[in-house]
Ligand binder design. Structure first.
Ligand SMILES: CC(C)(COP(=O)(O)OP(=O)(O)OC[C@H]1O[C@@H](n2cnc3c(N)ncnc32)[C@H](O)[C@@H]1OP(=O)(O)O)[C@@H](O)C(=O)NCCC(=O)NCCS
Length: 135
């Protein structure tokens, strides 16, 4: 059954400003380790792609935080919620640490979709609760 849904829209210009102001420290706070490595590689090649990468991750993490009903409150945290990619390009949520433990203990499964245009990135997350097999 559906446990929760969440959506978020992120202004790419605000992300650009935060990056200009705080540099790598901002990326470190928002991104999981795997995402940080991807961000560094993209930013090196084309800084604007790095900005958009953080903007889509930012919106997906906020959407996820709403779908689980916690907002950005523990065990939810930016760096423990990774938006990875399947080989097909489809985004997938990979959780870490205490957030992963909490999520799995409740039998939850998440689905995410992201999009971006010139000035905005947006995401939508659906969280399902697995049916209890015992009647
Ligand atoms: C959920 C959260 C990430 C949204 O942050 P935001 O970018 O400032 O705001 P957005 O416009 O994207 O979303 C706001 C909407 O999220 C929804 N929302 C708020 N808390 C939520 C929660 N725990 N679960 C799901 N949705 C939530 C509400 O509908 C809210 O709109 P509303 O205030 O008009 O009803 C943020 O509010 C948060 O982290 N909340 C948890 C911590 C908290 O509650 N702090 C304040 C205590 S008073």
């Amino acid at each position: 059954m559906i446990y929760g849904i969440g959506t978020d829209i992120c202004d790419v210009r605000r992300i650009r400003t935060s990056l200009e102001r705080h540099g790598e420290r901002f990326a470190r706070r928002i991104l999981a380790d795997g995402e940080f490595a991807t961000w560094q590689a993209r930013s090196r090649r084309w800084p604007e792609r790095g900005v958009r990468y953080i903007a889509t991750r930012f919106s997906a993490k906020e959407a996820f935080s709403k779908a689980i009903g916690l907002g950005m409150r523990l065990p939810m945290s930016w760096a423990l919620c990774e938006i990875a990619k399947r080989p097909s390009g489809q985004p997938v949520i990979v959780l870490h640490g205490g957030l992963k433990d909490w999520f799995e203990a409740q039998g939850l499964v998440a689905h995410v979709t992201v999009t971006d245009e010139t000035d905005y990135a947006a995401s939508f997350v659906v969280v399902e609760k697995k049916e209890d097999p015992t009647p």
